[in-house]
Design a protein around this ligand. Structure first.
Ligand code: XMP
Length: 520
């Protein structure tokens, strides 16, 4: 990954905390660029990035256990500010010559810090003698401070809740400033990066855009780039950025697999061609995909078939263009961060996600991934900066395999058509009720079940449609959306009245876990 060498970066060394990403968020919210690396590869990253400051995350280990992780010693010898959080505080303590041990008095959850002394971290925020709420999660404690360190705050269970060495600009916090349950936490982190480390908060989206454009030009040179445009926010923003950088050296390919929502392919193509004048090829491959899927009911086989065909079609189109040197992808930062694994074991595959994996090797292309340093909401901000309309940026996520995984049981053309109509009505009702932005994702599912109904004095025997709507932050966990029953009733009536083939509507009230958001 190209390092942002001439950007002032804070390096976050991850010891495996569940909330390390939040540290990066808070630092970026302070207008400062940050990168997370696992402790195992921190030394190389430190040398590559030349950070202006380092933050050590929390983690599940204890410093007194044999083989417990440490930060590279170079971090403490480089003369730059270091902030240790929870386990990171303990690591800093022992690596600077102090002593820590397991504590009988564990503290989890809400606690209060008593401010003992003024400290640059507290500037303009906490005064001596005050008590402030924080969020603790630790089982270790410091028993002797490193030379030159002093205590700035204590809590009932942690006499060394805040310690530091003002001259060395090194501080340790027993609590987690990155979580919202430490109400002043974001401000403490801001004080660290601005006040203590003296980094200016000028990492804005507009600055990022200029830098990304220059980086793309440097990487691509006179080469040809192709981009698989799905119509989603990530690939759209990546395409616009690359187009700004290298103009018509970029060609976008939109493969319409016949599994998109109503009018989606048409609308996306119109937007990119009309508003951005971006070279875009639309391939109508609906027949090919739907024929291959016809009758397939195994979710994994559906996903694999779609993935395989997508690569085949994309490759054929790319060859027609005479090939390309680069493949653009909208990979985001959360997909790039290497997770810290203490066991080294792989995690279980719940679903095979659809992407263009394997293509770059097959076609001998290099990757251009201009979003790999951004979080999703940062991509949205960049999209806005690039002029994408608000309603496009705020769209719900849509899975690569599209409506095929919303047709449990065999996929048929007829079922896809029925589902597309029901889904369009459902989303229309959501928008009209002003609920679209409050919901993270909403869609209809066509069940492989027919039930008896009565319409206009006649018997019907048609499909059941399930409606799904969830709230979520990142799609990893989710709760079902709590609609008003009146809304559900009116939407069900409209779907049954307007869509031939559906005579019953149900609402899915499963959270994730145990369910997943999609049905397959
Ligand atoms: P699940 O169903 O795993 O979905 O709870 C979490 C989020 O991921 C989306 N999703 C996909 N997105 N390719 C994608 O690009 C896929 O194969 C895929 N499968 C699920 C899903 O819509 C939800 O937002």
């Amino acid at each position: 990954m190209p390092a942002m060498k001439n950007t002032d970066t804070v390096l976050i060394i991850d010891f495996g905390s569940q909330v390390t990403q939040l540290i990066a968020r808070r630092v970026r919210e302070a207008g400062v660029h940050s990168e997370i690396v696992p402790f195992q590869s921190a030394e190389a990253a430190f040398k590559r990035i030349e950070p202006k400051a380092v933050i050590l995350s929390g983690g599940p280990a204890s410093t007194h256990e044999a083989g417990s992780p440490r930060a590279p010693q170079i971090v403490f010898e480089a003369g730059i500010p270091v902030l240790g959080i929870c386990y990171g505080q303990m690591a800093m303590c022992v690596q600077m010559g102090g002593v820590a041990e397991a504590s009988d008095h564990r503290e989890f959850g809400r606690a209060f810090v008593q401010v003992e002394k003024d400290c640059p971290l507290f500037d303009g925020l906490w005064a001596t003698g005050q008590r402030h709420q924080v969020w603790m999660s630790h089982g270790d404690r410091v028993i002797s401070l490193p030379d030159g360190f002093q205590i700035f705050g204590r809590s009932e269970g942690a006499p060394f809740a805040v310690f530091g060495n003002v001259e060395k600009k090194m501080y340790g916090l027993m609590f987690h400033p990155e979580v919202v349950h430490t109400p002043d936490g974001a401000k403490l982190l801001r004080n660290f990066v601005h006040g203590v480390a003296g980094i200016e908060g000028d990492w804005t989206m507009s600055a990022y855009r200029d830098k990304a454009v220059a980086d793309i030009r440097a990487q691509v040179g006179k080469g040809k780039v192709i981009c698989a445009l799905s119509g989603g926010v990530d690939s759209s923003v990546a395409a616009l950025l690359i187009h700004e950088a290298v103009g018509d050296q970029l060609t976008c390919i939109l493969v319409d697999h016949g599994l998109m929502r109503k009018d989606e392919a048409k609308n996306v193509v119109a937007m990119f061609r009309e508003h951005y004048n971006l070279p875009l090829i639309m391939v109508d491959a609906a027949d090919r995909f739907v024929s291959a899927l016809e009758g397939e009911s195994d979710p994994e086989k559906k996903r694999k078939t779609i993935g395989r065909l997508f690569i085949e079609v994309f490759e054929e189109e790319a060859k027609k263009l005479g090939g390309a040197d680069f493949l653009a992808q909208g990979t985001l930062y959360p997909d790039v961060i290497e997770s810290v694994s203490f066991s080294g074991g792989p995690s279980v595959t719940i679903k095979s996600h659809h992407n263009v994996g394997g293509l770059p090797e097959r076609m001998n292309m290099q990757l251009v991934e201009p979003l790999r340093e951004l979080f999703k909401d940062e991509v949205r901000a960049l999209g806005k900066e690039l002029g994408l309309p608000e309603h496009f940026i705020g769209r719900h996520p849509f899975p690569g395999p599209g409506l095929a995984i919303r047709c449990p049981g065999g996929v048929t053309r007829e079922k896809l058509d029925i589902l597309r109509e029901a889904d369009a009505i459902y989303l229309d009702e959501i928008r009209k009720a002003g609920l679209y932005d409050a919901i993270w994702q909403a869609f209809a599912v066509l069940l492989p079940v027919q039930t008896v109904g009565v319409m206009g004095d006649g018997r019907t025997y048609e499909f059941v449609c399930a409606l799904r709507a969830v709230t979520s932050v990142d799609g990893m966990t989710a709760d079902f959306y709590h609609y008003d029953m009146g809304f559900l009733g009116a939407t069900a009536t409209r779907i049954i009245n307007e869509v031939r083939g559906i005579n019953r509507v149900v609402y899915d009230v499963t959270s994730k876990p145990p369910g997943t958001i999609e049905w397959e």
